[in-house]
Design a protein around this ligand. Sequence first.
Ligand code: PLP
Length: 395
Amino acid sequence: MSDSKKTRSPETILTHAGRDPAGHHGAVNIPPYRTSTVLFETLEQVKSINNPDYTGYRYGRMGNPSSRAFEDAVAELEGADGAVSHCSGMAAIAMALDACTKQGDHILICDSTYSPTRKYCDNVLARYGVDVEYYDPMIGAGIDKLLRDNTSLVYLEAPGSLTFEVQDVPAIAAAAKKRDIAVLMDNTWATPLFFRPFDHGVDISIHAATKYMVGHADAMLGVCTARGNYVEKLRKTAWLSGHAAGPDALYLGLRGLRSMAVRLKQHEAQAMELAEWLKDRPEVVKVLHPAFEDCPGHEYFKRDFKGASGLFSITLKPGYDEAALARMLDGMNLFGMGFSWGGFESLIMPDRPDQTRSATIWNDEGMLLRIHAGLENISDLKEDLDQGFQRLSGT
Ligand SMILES: *Cc1c(COP(=O)(O)O)cnc(C)c1O
């Protein structure tokens, strides 16, 4: 990467990174490369693929022009030395954890993490003799007391999935750094546009590109970015485990990046307006949104983040039963019920954070609803929610 490229602004990176018209008959976009076998012309070439400075392609699982274009774009956007793409966000998480863990290690995972991450740690890593400990996401510099001689990594996610606490990333990273412990962070919510992990001490940043990068709910894709030696560690783990992304998902990921800055601004504005409106609803107890003052870690959000994306939660007043909730959610017109988020469309999903915590206690009795603000007309979205609340209250 040349110095002039390093200083490109995010919108310009999103528009130009990973493109090579001269290498593709003038086409603006790099077509999806459907590659398994890569042919070599000479025996000399075959032998050269083991040279450490070899930059060509080897075999489909180890990358092709589609994966390299997407990885180059995300790495440049996030200010990383390199990126490694995967077939899903969850594969990217598993690979990052695997790359930094061995038998007998102790690892620290934030209690507010995406729940499949927790399941991977408890059901896979623990099976291989890794000691998994969960910590209060608001622990800050206090993480120091939990670090042991055999701690190999600290895993962060800010804001937390479902509950949106914002972690003091630099304080946690500084404590880990003092002991040479790897700092991993799931940066899916903010994207590289709204949080710059490497400016705050993170070693490996992980994205479910399925969400805002792809942005249209039509592909599964994951990517890790890193600086220094971590890039090679990630690449080796990925090549050996075979979680390579397919060409269509990579193509859609790169295409999604082109419009990500404008989409995110609109998701942010839509979510803010919905959240403000929901705060005053009689059915709602709390809005869990990092930009709100009462959100745990709001001060770190203001200090470290450049914006908020379109995902947040609300908690309902206790007392609505399952049937009332079904009346509300089954009848929604615009808000879909489904896992994932980050596409153009609005979503609403009920959840129970108390069932996926062990280091902290989630006390709120009311049901939690996680909302993704899509790109529909904002009045239409409010009307859909308003009618939903009327069904909830049985009026
Ligand atoms: C969805 C999600 C993932 C997993 O991504 P997939 O592509 O669905 O495997 C990881 N982290 C967060 C925060 C997510 O929301």
